[in-house]
Write a protein that binds this ligand. Structure first.
Ligand code: P6P
Length: 335
């Protein structure tokens, strides 16, 4: 089949054989995310017209004010994943603990766990800046037929079977990998169908964009400060351009297309950085590596980090391979 204008559904069916587990499972997993993405997209796109923006009047375990759309997106992804009867557990930025999904056949036969950041960058909603959903999928490690446990969630990123994001931007895109490259699908809202628009996405090995919140500069480790100054220096192809949207999915997506590096380092304010290992850094790291990019905490490959708790944070440096390696060099030299 010509890949031009291939729909997401056709792509999944055509590529099921490359998914090393039972063929139908990939379809049901990604299709449930596809459906939830369309439902959330519909609400995100009319934010401001209806009473769906603003604070939900509650805070999540991170101590962050939950936005109404955060809660809405969280509910929709959990509902859709539950209904497809393939997932045995879900962890979410918006949920204090993981959720056990009691499959219709109460024997817990479902084999997958999903970890999600249902609406990343939600502080941008009220100012009409793009936001995203991030998802990470593992096979459970405890015996099928028993209730899911925390062990099923605390797996290294290298064990992911699929990961991706939805970016609700000037267009809505679903970008994902199952370990066989990264492909991007753009939603045609008129008919509610995702079409393959960005086959085989690759990070350029070099780039000229750096993404970091420079308002935290004085709190950064010396190595990060030195690298930022390196980016700003008049030399060779530098200075680079600073672009920071405040939405990881959007900064990542732009940098993957154009070349660039995203950094959320630890600082004297955030001793482990801000981003969560399990449902932000690991899925983005899986995508980055599948797209010939790189992701580390400045010293260690993100996907090699052994998680110890559901909402743990790690410093995050991700993007074009040569840019990440240069930043790591500055981090090593500053030790
Ligand atoms: P800051 C959004 O809250 C997020 O998790 C990422 O999407 C984004 O890159 C970062 O935090 C923004 O954080 O501290 O720069 O506002």
């Amino acid at each position: 089949m010509s890949r031009q204008n291939q729909t997401l559904g056709e792509f999944i069916i055509e590529n099921q054989s490359s998914f090393k587990y039972t063929s139908g499972e990939l379809s049901r997993l990604i299709n449930s995310i596809r459906l939830a993405a369309k439902v959330v997209n519909h609400e995100v796109n009319k934010a401001g017209l209806v009473d769906i923006i603003g604070a939900a009047g509650d805070t999540n375990i991170q101590g962050e004010d939950q936005q109404k759309l955060d809660v809405y997106a969280n509910d929709k992804f959990i509902q859709t994943l539950t209904n497809r009867n393939i997932v045995c557990g879900i962890a979410s930025e918006e949920e204090d603990d993981f959720i056990t999904i009691n499959s219709q056949d109460e024997n817990h036969q479902n084999k997958y766990v999903v970890l999600i950041d249902p609406l990343d960058g939600s502080s941008n909603i009220d100012v009409n800046v793009s936001v995203g959903t991030i998802f990470s999928i593992y096979r459970r490690v405890t015996p099928v037929g028993t209730p899911v446990t925390i062990k099923d969630f605390l797996q290294k990123g290298s064990q992911q079977v699929a990961a991706g994001y939805v970016v609700y931007g000037t267009s809505t895109m679903l970008v994902y990998t199952t370990g066989d490259g990264v492909n991007g699908f753009t939603l045609n809202p008129a008919i509610g169908t995702f079409y393959l628009s960005h086959p085989d996405m690759q990070f350029p090995e070099d780039g000229k964009i750096y993404s970091v919140n420079e308002g935290n500069y004085i709190h950064f480790p010396k190595g990060i400060k030195d690298y930022i100054k390196y980016c700003q220096m008049e030399e060779g192809d530098r200075p680079y351009t600073s672009r920071y949207i405040g939405s990881l999915v959007s900064d990542f997506h732009r940098n993957m297309i154009k070349g660039g590096i995203y950094m959320y380092p630890k600082s004297s304010k955030n001793s482990d950085g801000k981003l969560r290992l399990l449902y932000e850094c690991n899925p983005m790291a899986f995508l980055a590596e599948q797209a010939n990019g790189k992701a580390s905490d400045g010293f260690t490959r993100i996907m090699d980090i052994m998680p110890t708790e559901l909402h743990q944070r790690v410093p995050f440096i991700c993007g074009s391979k040569n840019m990440v390696e240069k930043a790591e060099e500055f981090m090593r030299n500053a030790q």
